[in-house]
Design a protein around this ligand. Structure first.
Ligand SMILES: Cc1cc2nc3c(=O)[nH]c(=O)nc-3n(C[C@H](O)[C@H](O)[C@H](O)COP(=O)(O)OP(=O)(O)OC[C@H]3O[C@@H](n4cnc5c(N)ncnc54)[C@H](O)[C@@H]3O)c2cc1C
Length: 440
């Protein structure tokens, strides 16, 4: 996805591009063909609503930038209500044929196993990056900064949390500053609520592991439901321990268990539920997590999961123009940068392709404006996200800077989302116009 879009954008700007795609010579456990743009699982690009949905807005921005992935998806669209579903085989065949036919593109079918010292490169090798290249990336970045699995805890919009029940406090009020002493948001449970919650976790529908995934990554990131299955008290002694906390709403009542959430971005609009990585199915997750006092009306920016997924710690490794800080001739794009999903991956490819081509042509381009969907994503992964707990992210409105003067909460949501999307479109159009002016 990302590599195809990056190559297309750079080639359209007049730069000579070589695509290195190791398939079909070297395969992955999920890909089935040698085609470029192969969709490895679902055939959905999710919502196509560009006024009320952040991924629909990303569609709009990529269409405005004449993206190959969106044009091919539109060409092979299947009926799916408000979603953009794609006929996967003709889609990938179209992507492949258009790239092959481009006069500025050639395709090599060799595996790349090193980070080259010269030339401008974009590494968009995805969640299933080949092991040899993974080792080369790790040698450059250090083992700490390259993950082979994600373990995502659910992420909740701050505005949807009931602060009449929850409160901000770090365990034992630890911290030098007021900000550190109130770094966590706490949701208390009494005994009955805890017991009902454990029952729900144990009986919830779970997803199976994909073939090729291994369970060896479980150390330190056990799914919450597996912890619950090990013993009814396990969570009370683990992520839900109630110690070192006093509920200001009921100071005399000792909570039986406490769920903690931690700020997930610098804007303070997103919170992740600490230690709650899970293999529960999405529907089950929302039902179970809304049993937590304070989260009854929670809206989720993304749900939890555990997958095989190679990704780098972009907040520490990449600059805002997607270059490896230690080796500026190397860019990363797509899922390996810590975005999640076909659309987000293609979007990061679009941006990387344009930024790399602009460098080669000697007219360096500013990165995408923060108020666009593209810019919100790139700002999140290259700086806005907490580096220590960095996990892959879908595009969502929690990544956007608030629009001043609008009503918060659920009631103002429609107007707020429309304001975000209007502002984003204007910002993105401005950036595209700047690209065109630079080229003229
Ligand atoms: C099993 C699985 C299921 C997924 N399901 C979905 C889903 O349903 N919906 C969704 O939106 N997202 C899904 N994703 C997440 C993700 O969005 C997709 O994987 C998406 O394809 C990522 O795009 P990308 O361009 O970053 O990587 P890819 O599309 O995977 O492209 C990377 C390419 O690099 C090639 N490559 C790897 N290493 C090398 C090398 N060393 N040299 C040369 N070529 C190399 C690969 O063969 C591949 O073609 C899934 C991921 C996985 C692993």
């Amino acid at each position: 996805m990302a590599g195809s879009e990056a190559a297309w954008q750079a080639a359209e700007m007049g730069v000579q591009v070589v695509i290195h795609e190791m398939r079909p010579k070297v395969g992955t456990f999920a890909h089935q063909t040698g085609n470029l743009g192969e969709m490895v699982c679902s055939n959905s690009f999710r919502s196509d609503d560009d006024e009320q949905n952040a991924v629909g807005l990303l569609h709009w921005e990529m269409r405005a930038a004449h993206g190959l992935i969106m044009a091919s998806a539109d060409q092979h669209r299947l009926p799916a209500g408000g979603a953009l579903a794609v006929d996967r085989e003709p889609f990938a065949e179209t992507v492949t044929a258009r790239l092959r036919a481009h006069r500025n593109i050639s395709i090599s079918s060799e595996e790349v196993t090193e980070l080259p010292k010269t030339g401008q490169w974009i590494f968009a090798t995805g969640p299933l990056t080949s092991p040899a290249l993974g080792a080369a990336i790790r040698a450059e970045t250090g083992a700490e900064a390259l993950a082979f699995f994600d373990a995502i805890a659910p992420i909740v919009y701050a505005e949807s949390i009931d602060m009449e029940k929850a409160w901000m406090q770090s365990r034992y009020d630890k911290g030098e500053t007021e900000e550190e002493r109130t770094a966590y948001l706490n949701c208390p449970m009494d005994r009955d609520q805890y017991e009902a919650f454990i029952d729900a976790l144990v009986t919830a529908d779970k997803t199976e592991f994909h073939e090729g995934e291994t369970a060896g990554y479980f150390d330190g990131c056990l799914p919450i439901e597996v912890m619950a299955e090990r013993g009814r008290e396990t969570l009370r002694h683990g992520p839900m321990k109630p110690v070192g906390l006093t509920n200001p709403h009921q100071p005399d009542v000792k909570a039986h268990a406490v769920v903690q959430l931690r700020r997930d971005n610098a804007l303070g609009t997103l919170f992740n539920i600490v230690g709650f990585q899970t293999k529960m199915k999405y529907g089950a997750q929302t039902d179970v997590f809304r049993m937590i006092p304070g989260l009854e009306n929670a809206s989720f920016a993304r749900l939890g999961g555990i997958h095989r997924n190679t990704f780098i710690n972009s907040p520490t490794l990449l600059d805002d123009r997607m270059r490896l800080r230690s080796r500026p001739n190397i860019r990363f794009a797509g899922q390996i940068t810590g975005v999640e999903g076909y659309v987000e991956s293609a979007a990061m490819g679009l941006l990387a392709g344009r930024l790399a081509a602009a460098d080669i042509l000697g007219r360096p381009l500013a990165t995408a404006p923060q108020d666009s969907a593209m810019g919100a994503l790139i700002h999140h992964i290259t700086g806005g996200a907490e580096a220590k707990t960095f996990q892959p992210m879908n595009v969502n409105f929690g990544l956007f800077r608030p629009v001043e003067g609008l009503k918060g909460g659920r009631r103002g949501r429609k107007d707020r989302y429309k304001a975000y999307t209007d502002r984003a479109k204007a910002a993105w159009q401005g950036w595209l116009e700047q690209c065109a002016l630079d080229a003229a």
